[in-house]
Design a protein around this ligand. Structure first.
Ligand SMILES: [Zn+2]
Length: 85
């Protein structure tokens, strides 16, 4: 696309190669393919993905906690049966 400032032809760049002006493709941003509803959907999908990531992290943390808890219990009984008698 053409730079609006110096009118240099830039191919698919986001910054003008001559003057450094920030370029954005208006066809991509305000095209008929991306309506407000679709933008909302995409936003919702991003939020959902974030919660999925956080949820997975919580599950992993819970799993580690559970395993360490059982190891602790196991070691506790093991040492008690061997040591303090
Ligand atoms: Zn320019």
């Amino acid at each position: 696309m053409k730079c609006p400032k110096c009118l240099t032809e830039n191919e698919q760049r986001s910054v003008c190669k001559k003057c450094g002006m920030f370029l954005y493709n208006t066809n991509y941003r305000n095209g008929p393919k991306l309506t407000a509803e679709q933008l909302k959907k995409r936003e919702r999908a991003q939020i959902l993905g974030f919660f999925k990531k956080v949820g997975r992290f919580i599950w992993i943390a819970l799993g580690i906690l559970l395993i360490s808890f059982w190891v602790f219990i196991l070691l506790y009984f093991l040492f008690r049966s061997i040591g303090w008698r």
